[in-house]
Design a protein around this ligand. Structure first.
Ligand code: SF4
Length: 311
């Protein structure tokens, strides 16, 4: 059964400021899910704290809104308990790279099959515009008493260093291109990051649509020979210099598109299957737990013949 984007739209009223980049991201998510024809019952969107976290209210799915900085560990637990589900993290730069920075790194190291959509507007919008870890040094947005004196984190470079196997960057107002990046990230088996540049018209009066449009460009349009896909160890030697150049570039020019795609690494779920044969056929989230020989209550009796014994 083919689905339309309306099959993923919840009845909740969307509450963001007029012109917020979150609208473009939400639109791209709806259409990506529809084009992939994913079953909403097998979809989980985990949100962080911040304006972007409200995505979990607006997309139909078995969603969860995590504590500040904890979207990734919650999503990891869900994915490992039920590996057949499609799990997406939708959170902001402050949540994922500030308080949740350690978890952001851990996801790459583990290469869990989760898609991270990083809403990157360089400010903490929900709490009135403080500097987020992605705000460049010496930029003074309107809520700051002084220019920002800290250097900015480059999310795509951090993701590469952490072990993410799919890394892309999109722009919230370019919804057609962003939709394609989200689709590719969801299809990828492993930790995937889409760093989404997003104007916050309410608090970031410097990094506006004009600011971004003067800087962004698509790597494949500028150089059709750009190939981000690593399929063999040999590819590391031949392709990495150019890929590193694109991952590091952020300033007067900002590259968009799929920047790095490593197809040589297996996701954590495959490694768990090797360690525990049968893990995928009967994952922990579909089993009943028995503690010291006594059945531990489980809401679904269909799992009664799949028992995990806890001594
Ligand atoms: Fe969007 Fe900024 Fe308003 Fe939050 S404060 S909803 S990020 S425009």
């Amino acid at each position: 059964m083919a689905r339309s984007w309306l099959d993923y739209k919840s009845p909740a009223w969307v509450q963001w400021c007029p012109g917020c980049g979150d609208f473009g991201i939400l639109n791209s998510i709806y259409r990506a899910l529809a084009e992939l024809n994913l079953d909403p019952e097998k979809l989980v969107v985990v949100g962080g704290i911040g304006c972007s976290g409200r995505t979990t209210f607006y997309v139909k799915g078995s969603n969860a809104h995590a504590l500040h900085g904890r979207a990734i560990p919650l999503a990891t637990g869900i994915k490992l308990a039920r590996p057949e589900l499609t799990v997406i993290v939708s959170a902001g730069d402050g949540d994922l790279l500030g308080i949740g920075g350690g978890h952001f790194v851990a996801l790459g190291r583990r290469n869990v099959d989760i898609t991270v959509l990083l809403h990157n507007n360089a400010v903490y919008g929900l709490t009135k515009g403080q500097a987020a870890p992605t705000l460049p040094a010496w930029v003074q947005t309107k809520a700051l008493a002084h220019p920002n004196i800290h250097d900015n984190v480059n999310p795509v470079l951090l993701a590469f260093a952490s072990g993410y196997t799919f890394i892309a960057r999109g722009y919230a107002y370019h919804t057609n291109q962003l939709k394609e990046l989200i689709k590719a990230a969801i299809r990828h088996r492993g930790a995937a990051l889409v760093d989404i540049l997003q104007p916050c018209p309410t608090y970031n009066n410097i990094m506006t649509n004009k600011w971004y449009e003067e800087r962004i460009y698509y790597v494949d349009q500028e150089d059709p020979s750009y190939d981000p896909v690593i399929r063999t160890p040999e590819d590391y030697k031949t392709k990495m210099p150019k890929i590193m150049e694109k991952l590091m570039e952020f300033g007067d020019r900002i590259p968009l598109g799929i920047l790095y795609w490593n197809q040589t690494k297996e996701p954590l779920e495959d490694r768990l299957e090797k360690l525990m044969p049968g893990y995928k056929a009967a994952p922990p989230g579909t089993r009943r737990i028995s503690v010291k020989g006594k059945p531990f209550l489980h809401p679904f009796d269909v799992f009664k013949d799949r028992v995990i014994e806890v001594p």
